[in-house]
Design a binder for this molecule. Structure first.
Ligand SMILES: [Ca+2]
Ligand SMILES: [Ca+2]
Length: 122
């Protein structure tokens, strides 16, 4: 019985992976120049936040976008951004250096970001 369940789960997982081309447009190029962008999955898939550079206000990620960030991009050449583990800039921080990106953040920083700002770093 147990082996059967495992096989069924593997089949479902394969089916789910096979469907990912339907969101194939997800890409780093989704993030416009001078913006900072967060994606809910690795490799810039599922855009969950995009803001213009230059704002010191932390904006919250809400609903199913909260606690999901796995990749990010800072397309500003001028400002450093900051992501925070709690809403309104609280908790653990991860910086977004100007003109840089990360397609797969450390597991320690994965699925925890609740707010971000686009100026003054962390
Ligand atoms: Ca995620
Ligand atoms: Ca959080």
């Amino acid at each position: 019985m147990r082996a059967k369940t495992v096989i069924a789960s593997a089949t479902l997982l394969f089916a789910a992976l096979s469907m990912t081309p339907s969101v194939a447009n997800a890409a780093l190029s989704e993030c416009n120049s001078n913006n900072m962008c967060l994606w809910g999955n690795n490799d810039f898939a599922w855009l969950i936040g995009e803001r213009a550079h230059g704002s010191t206000t932390f904006t919250n990620l809400t609903g199913d976008r909260n606690d999901e960030m796995d990749s990010w991009a800072n397309r500003s050449a001028t400002y450093d951004g900051c992501m925070a583990g709690d809403s309104n800039g609280g908790g653990d921080k991860q910086g977004m250096a100007r003109a840089s990106n990360d397609n797969n953040v450390s597991p320690l920083n994965s699925d925890e970001v609740s707010s971000f700002r686009t100026r003054n770093g962390c």
